[in-house]
Design a protein around this ligand. Structure first.
Ligand SMILES: *[C@@H]1O[C@H](CO)[C@@H](O)[C@H](O)[C@H]1NC(C)=O
Ligand SMILES: *[C@@H]1O[C@H](CO)[C@@H](O)[C@H](O)[C@H]1NC(C)=O
Ligand SMILES: *[C@@H]1O[C@H](CO)[C@@H](O)[C@H](O)[C@H]1NC(C)=O
Ligand SMILES: *[C@@H]1O[C@H](CO)[C@@H](O)[C@H](O)[C@H]1NC(C)=O
Ligand SMILES: *[C@@H]1O[C@H](CO)[C@@H](O)[C@H](O)[C@H]1NC(C)=O
Ligand SMILES: *[C@@H]1O[C@H](CO)[C@@H](O)[C@H](O)[C@H]1NC(C)=O
Ligand SMILES: *[C@@H]1O[C@H](CO)[C@@H](O)[C@H](O)[C@H]1NC(C)=O
Length: 672
């Protein structure tokens, strides 16, 4: 008797389903299924079947995608056009790491499976500079972001965010979950723990509510009741009728894996719960337990200062915050900071926020108002508009450089006669003071050797590993900054170019420091990777010997460090030049290598200098210095050097003055 009724019900339901055009597409995958999933970009399948969106053992700059091959009906515009409910759950894992990693991954709903024009690194393989935040994209993404990118107003380097058409999240929160018991305490989850994490993304079409929940992917854990992110937002303005669902991930200069282990999806219903016992196994990579980083508290003083600055703003805003903004600059969008923000963040460029005075201008400490990120703001006075366009283009390029040993340039601001550059803040300041100024702070040998390798790896990246060759132009100890853990980071690149470009066409300025300037650079004014190597060689000697490249022994005679080291080597006693502050506490082989490499890099003949990749191999002990490079040879070459130097710096060498750290010598372009 019940049979016909059941049948009737079945047909009724079936009919209803189609009348409302509510397809109930659903699927569940444990690992990769090549019949209904598609990979593109650098995505590959791991041994046990999980999907590696990016591969840390592959080249730099990767982006990878995983998509369900068929488009899904998310709404029907010829009906009321509202987006159907959907639900999805997936398990992902990141490379276990205690240091910086690649940029992150995202669950994505996209009109296309082909994201060819999208860029890697901070764009997560979803957007490029022009499409980011452009409504034309029709992309909804849930980002799992492992890098704090100030231009996207990221809150930290471990957050989940809901993104519409761009990477400036509409809402975001530190990854973690609220417990289900009364307290409802929050437990933070670290992406870089390497442990698999499960996420749930649920959208209620009637309530227009989007929830995102995350929890450790372990059998004892059920989906937390309270979502991490809950946003009331009608998705119909972003989604088209038919959309693809999938995942995207990317990295730039720091490589890591972004893995997808399992995925279930259901349109107009509840996605099937994932059976965690069926997850493909991940290869357990090396790595240490993550240290808990101290979270910096907001500075009450700075905030009071900001309030004060705000009052002043109302008064003098018009004149005070006047910036120069030309049409061509609009394309650099996120790299441009407002002067008002910089003014506020540095307490109005007060002297007590002054970090130092460099060759190019004053540097102030600041805290960006919105994100509370600590920054260093460099003010450079610059009258010429000539060359500015090229320079800003270069800044936009530099802003895209990512390397753990480069001080990041976050952006710039331009006013009349003035240029402001915003950098990551480095808490230990410049290497200079540790080597020369304060004997008590002297670094031990291991720290010095580590910093040398850090700088070499940054320079290798600039010269050989990035998409274009970047010449630093001003390598020296005072341009190497130290973070809180005494990692060396190279700063201030490209600035020397500003002084070259801004110059009167009749003359060229030679910016730099004698002792760091390669002879051919002094002659022609043209920088190259081998002039960078020359300066790097001088830097090596500085760090090993604890002396400046030019020192005065008896006024007015000036002693060049490189001459002295060459001399000592000739007398068979090169280790005599090692910084006396180290006593006997250094590794003789390493010190000898650094000193000889210093001489080889600052060889007067450009062709004799090594490339950065060989320098790194020498430092890592993967190759040994060329045999023909000997004490006699270098002594001979040094005579040539000394002669060339006295021709170039003649007047300066004779001048009876205290040596300034940075001098700018002016040459006429007709040369000398
Ligand atoms: C639009 O239609 C769908 C399916 O017919 C229904 O579930 C939804 O409530 C409707 N939305 C509005 C805003 O009327
Ligand atoms: C959209 O709704 C219309 C009207 O009910 C229906 O005829 C059409 O088949 C639906 N389109 C799709 C792709 O389901
Ligand atoms: C899918 O995988 C099966 C088994 O591994 C293989 O035989 C088949 O060629 C694959 N198909 C495609 C399109 O890659
Ligand atoms: C990664 O992708 C880039 C661009 O799509 C391509 O040039 C490169 O060969 C790929 N590398 C690998 C290992 O797949
Ligand atoms: C960004 O992507 C769009 C298409 O998605 C493309 O037309 C445009 O040329 C790309 N822009 C850049 C700067 O790559
Ligand atoms: C979030 O989206 C809403 C609605 O589109 C918009 O009004 C709001 O400005 C967005 N917020 C952010 C921070 O983008
Ligand atoms: C989203 O979370 C709220 C609780 O914050 C809950 O009331 C709502 O039902 C959830 N919606 C969906 C679609 O899960």
């Amino acid at each position: 008797m019940s049979c016909p009724l059941n049948l009737l019900l079945f047909f009724l339901l079936f009919h209803l389903k189609h009348a409302s055009s509510q397809a109930q597409d659903g699927f569940v995958f444990y690992g990769f299924d090549n019949r209904s999933l598609e990979l593109n970009g650098n995505a590959t399948v791991g041994d046990t079947g999980f999907v590696k969106l990016t591969n840390k053992d592959g080249p730099f700059y990767q982006k990878g995608h995983l998509f369900y091959s068929l488009p899904l009906q998310f709404k029907n515009s010829s009906l009321n056009g509202s987006v159907f409910s959907f639900s999805t759950s997936f398990v992902v894992a990141f490379t276990k790491s205690s240091q910086a990693t690649g940029d992150g991954m995202a669950f994505v709903i996209s009109p296309s499976k082909e994201l060819h024009a999208a860029m890697p690194s901070q764009f997560l393989g979803l957007f490029n500079i022009t499409t980011n935040m452009d409504p034309i994209s029709h992309i909804v993404a849930i980002e799992l972001d492992t890098i704090q990118t100030p231009e996207f107003s990221d809150i930290d380097n471990n957050h989940v965010g809901i993104d519409f058409n761009g990477l400036i999240s509409n809402v975001s929160f530190t990854a973690g979950y609220y417990s289900d018991d009364n307290g409802g305490g929050f437990t933070k989850l670290l992406f870089l723990s390497g442990d698999p994490l499960q996420l749930w993304v649920e959208y209620d079409g009637a309530e227009t509510q989007l929830n995102v929940t995350i929890a450790p992917a372990v059998a004892t854990m059920t989906k937390p009741n309270r979502p991490l992110l809950s946003l009331k937002q009608d998705l119909s303005e972003f989604l088209l009728d038919r959309m693809y669902v999938g995942f995207s991930a990317s990295f730039g200069a720091v490589r890591s894996d972004h893995d997808v282990l399992a995925w279930s999806f259901k349109m107009n219903g509840q996605a099937e719960s994932l059976d965690l016992s069926r997850l493909p196994k991940l290869p357990s990579g090396p790595g240490k337990k993550l240290p808990i980083l101290p979270i910096s508290l907001p500075f009450v003083g700075v905030i009071c200062g900001l309030v004060l600055a705000w009052l002043i703003i109302l008064f003098v805003r018009k004149i005070k915050y006047k910036e120069v903004l030309e049409d061509w600059e609009l394309q650099y969008g996120p790299h441009r900071f407002s002067y008002r923000n910089l003014f506020l963040s540095t307490n109005g460029f007060k002297d007590n926020e002054l970090l130092g005075r460099g060759g190019f201008g004053r540097v102030y400490k600041g805290v960006l108002p919105k994100s509370k990120i600590q920054v260093a703001v460099k003010r450079i006075s610059h009258d010429s508009t000539q060359g500015m366009r090229e320079f800003i283009a270069e800044i936009a390029t530099i802003g895209r450089l990512r390397h753990p040993n480069l001080v990041r340039l976050l952006g710039y601001c331009r006013r009349k006669g003035e240029l402001l550059l915003v950098y990551d803040f480095m808490s230990n300041g410049s290497l200079n003071k540790f080597i020369f100024d304060r004997p008590k702070l002297a670094l031990n040998w291991a720290q010095r050797f580590k910093i040398i390798k850090d700088v070499a790896s940054a320079l290798l990246y600039l010269h050989e590993q990035w998409v274009q060759v970047v010449i630093h132009r001003d390598i020296k100890a005072s341009n190497v900054l130290l973070d809180s853990e005494m990692n060396g980071k190279l700063g201030d690149f490209g600035l020397a170019k500003l002084s070259e470009q801004g110059a009167d066409p009749q003359t060229s300025y030679l910016a730099g420091t004698p002792g760091y300037i390669a002879p051919e650079l002094a002659r022609t004014g043209k920088s190259s990777t081998s002039t960078d190597l020359f300066a790097f060689g001088t830097f090596l000697l500085e760090v090993a010997c604890g002396r400046r490249p030019v020192e005065m022994e008896e006024v007015p005679k000036k002693i060049f460090l490189v001459d002295w080291v060459t001399d000592c080597w000739g007398r068979g006693n090169i280790l005599e030049t090692v910084d006396p502050k180290l006593g006997k506490e250094f590794v003789a082989e390493e010190a000898e290598l650094v000193l000889k490499l210093g001489l080889l890099c600052s060889h007067p003949a450009a062709e004799a200098r090594p490339t950065m990749s060989s320098v790194v191999m020498y430092l890592e002990g993967e190759a040994s210095l060329p045999k023909e490079f000997s004490a006699e040879g270098i002594a001979q070459e040094n005579k040539v050097r000394i002669r060339a130097r006295s021709e170039l710096f003649g007047s300066w060498l004779q001048k009876d003055s205290t040596p300034s750290l940075t001098i700018t010598e002016k040459f006429t372009s007709s040369g000398r």
